[in-house]
Design a binder for this molecule. Structure first.
Ligand SMILES: *[C@@H]1O[C@H](CO)[C@@H](O)[C@H](O)[C@H]1NC(C)=O
Ligand SMILES: *[C@@H]1O[C@H](CO)[C@@H](O)[C@H](O)[C@H]1NC(C)=O
Length: 319
């Protein structure tokens, strides 16, 4: 896979999880697998539009549109959006993976669905920062207190369907549009675990959520495929034991709790379990939808190669 530099815009991240060259590389790889069979279209990929579901990794401005004044002030100010010269609602000062993806396909940046009067000619982004895969009410029995938890995958799918129905006249037209589109289902599910773990549930308890989270993602993917999507990417979770938030909140006194990269082993193992189950389920989907290209995007290993390659890549390293 060839690393492409898209512009002078540098992806640096000050919040949430990072967009990076490694992620880009991975998505470019995924797209080469799944998108090359289209005919014509933009940048030779046959992809005329991108539709995306997900959380803060992908949100290009939905959360800030629905947040009341005073809420989520952090991302409404610089350095968030520094690359764009203004805050956009992205949880980053730079570009997100979805932005690189759009660039790579020769498409404009995806507008957030809630920015109602912008152009959606080349797709729409339904991802909302903080979103969970499952409906939080079911998952946490009402004990869950994060604001804006209603933005589950279910709600985002409803937005997606409403949007397509209001944009196109018939199911057949929607199907036709989706034949020349790319649909991202995620990354999603990370917050289901984040909220549980930061809500003081231990890893073995949170592991019990994995089958339901994976099933929720797979069910959403099926719905998208049933609408007619022919190119779908389902990303896995990051090695969350390497994330500064977990390294800070769940610091362990024993060095044996950490791997050679300085990450918390049990959390990475947990994320790997989620990813293994998701990959098995994605393989099952491929068997059920032989005409669609369904790619699993390996954020886990991409993140690790970025971390391990940090000195060579010119980014700083822990310790
Ligand atoms: C929509 O467009 C109008 C006119 O250009 C503008 O005044 C308004 O602020 C826009 N609304 C949103 C939600 O962006
Ligand atoms: C995790 O929490 C459950 C429920 O509180 C408890 O039964 C279990 O022993 C805990 N496991 C570990 C490894 O701490």
């Amino acid at each position: 896979v060839e690393i492409r530099t898209h512009s002078s815009l540098r992806p640096t991240t000050v919040f949430c999880m990072a967009s990076s060259t490694a992620f880009l590389l991975l998505l470019v790889a995924a797209l080469h697998v799944c998108c090359c069979r289209g005919q014509g279209g933009h940048a030779g990929t046959g992809v005329a539009a991108i539709y995306s579901l997900g959380d803060s990794i992908t949100d290009t401005g939905n959360l800030v549109k629905e947040a009341p004044p005073g809420a989520f002030e952090t991302i409404k100010h610089l350095p968030y959006g520094l690359t764009f010269g203004r805050p956009t609602g992205r949880c980053s000062d730079g570009l997100l993976m979805i932005d690189f993806l759009a660039q790579d396909m020769g498409l404009p940046f995806l507008n957030p669905y809630l920015a109602m009067n912008r152009s959606f000619d080349h797709g729409a982004n339904f991802a909302v920062a903080g979103a969970t895969a499952m409906d939080p009410a079911d998952q946490f029995n009402g004990r869950f207190s994060m604001p804006f938890t209603a933005n589950s995958l279910k709600l985002q799918l409803r937005w997606f369907k409403d949007f397509m129905k209001s944009t196109f006249n018939t199911d057949e037209e929607i199907r036709k549009r989706l034949q020349s589109s790319l649909v991202l289902v995620g990354e999603i599910g990370g917050n289901d675990y984040n909220f549980a773990l930061f809500g003081n549930k231990n890893v073995s308890e949170v592991e019990k959520l994995i089958p339901a989270v994976v099933q929720t993602i797979i069910d959403a993917t099926k719905e998208v495929l049933d609408m007619g999507a022919s190119r779908v990417i389902v990303p896995g979770n990051f090695p969350i034991g390497c994330l500064p938030s977990y390294l800070t909140a769940m610091a362990e006194p024993e060095t044996s709790a950490y791997d050679s990269a300085g990450c918390l082993k049990d959390l990475n193992l947990f994320a790997a379990k989620h990813n293994a189950q998701l990959q098995r389920a994605v393989a099952g989907l491929r068997a059920s939808y032989p005409d669609a290209a369904i790619a699993y995007a390996d954020y886990f290993n991409s993140f690790l190669s970025l971390l391990k390659g940090a000195p060579a890549l010119g980014t700083f390293r822990r310790g």
